[in-house]
Design a protein around this ligand. Structure first.
Ligand code: HEM
Ligand code: HEM
Length: 144
């Protein structure tokens, strides 16, 4: 990644992985608590709290990384018209997660269930969109 210290790439992948893992771990609890689904396993109470806290903390970290990517990485891509469709897809998915994540916290009772369901559905896409973005970038690098 041009314009960033070497550790930034690993830090980015680590944060995205942890965000996705904690998000996936929380799905059974959300289905049980919000949608009244009968799930066979979910995190026990204290563990859920710890995973939610970790998830929300990593989410803030990822949003700040988005700011760092905006100021150099995205501008370079935008200017050279490189990797735009998958890059914009990633940005859209992340913005969707931020908005629905805020919805889980702050939307009133009527909206917090739809916010939670949309958050889960959008969240499932993030690892695929990130891998797609990286593969598209590497494929183009090989062609050059
Ligand atoms: C930058 C991206 C993300 C942000 C800003 C974000 C933010 C949040 C926030 C603020 C919450 C509420 C925590 C609480 O209940 O106190 C939450 C819950 C949750 N997140 Fe995320 N999240 C992100 C990515 C993901 C991903 C990738 C997944 C994977 C599927 C995911 C799945 C969940 C689940 C299942 C819950 C619990 C929902 C509920 O209790 O209704 N999130 N997230
Ligand atoms: C949340 C947003 C984004 C994330 C997390 C992200 C992450 C990444 C990662 C991890 C790579 C692979 C580097 C490698 O393996 O060599 C990459 C490559 C690339 N991305 Fe993004 N990207 C994002 C948004 C964008 C956007 C919006 C654009 C275009 C405007 C873009 C353009 C590029 C280009 C041109 C490359 C290949 C050159 C390079 O590695 O710097 N990206 N991106």
């Amino acid at each position: 990644m041009r314009g960033y210290p070497k550790w930034f790439y690993r830090f980015l992948i680590f944060s995205f992985t942890l965000l996705t893992l904690t998000g996936f771990l929380l799905i059974p609890n959300a289905l049980d608590m919000r949608l009244d689904w009968d799930v066979s396993w979910h995190l026990p109470g204290a563990m859920r709290l710890a995973v939610v806290a970790l998830h929300a903390t990593i989410a803030f970290l990822v949003v700040s990384q988005l700011g760092a990517l905006w100021s150099v990485h995205m501008r370079i891509g935008w200017r050279h018209h490189k990797n735009l469709p998958t890059g914009l897809g990633l940005v859209a998915v992340l913005l969707g997660l931020v908005l629905t994540g805020l919805g889980i916290y702050y939307a009133g009772e009527d909206w917090s269930v739809p916010a939670s369901a949309s958050h889960i559905i959008i969240g499932i896409f993030i690892p695929f969109v990130l891998v797609w973005h990286i593969m598209a970038a590497r494929h183009k690098q090989k062609l050059r």
